[in-house]
Design a protein around this ligand. Structure first.
Ligand code: ZN
Length: 59
C-alpha cells in the first residue's frame, strides 16, 4: 500500500505534480519540497494540511 496525492486534487489546477510514496510522512516531505519549487507563493497552513489529509489516496 502506498500513499498518493496530486496537486490537481489540492485545487492547483494545471499543475501536473503528483506523488506516490510509501508513507504519509514521506508524502508531506515531497509536497513541501515540490511546493517550495513549483508554488513558492503557497503557504502551507494547518487548514491546508487537513485538506491534504482529505485528498490523500491509498493506492
Ligand atoms: Zn504542484
Amino acid at each position: 500500500m502506498a500513499k498518493s496525492l496530486a496537486c490537481a486534487d489540492m485545487g492547483m489546477a494545471g499543475c501536473p505534480g503528483s506523488f506516490t510514496v510509501e508513507t504519509e510522512e514521506e508524502l508531506m516531505q515531497h509536497v513541501q519540497i515540490h511546493a517550495g519549487v513549483a508554488h513558492p507563493d503557497l503557504e502551507i497552513t494547518p487548514e491546508m494540511g487537513e485538506q491534504m489529509q482529505a485528498v490523500i489516496k491509498t493506492v
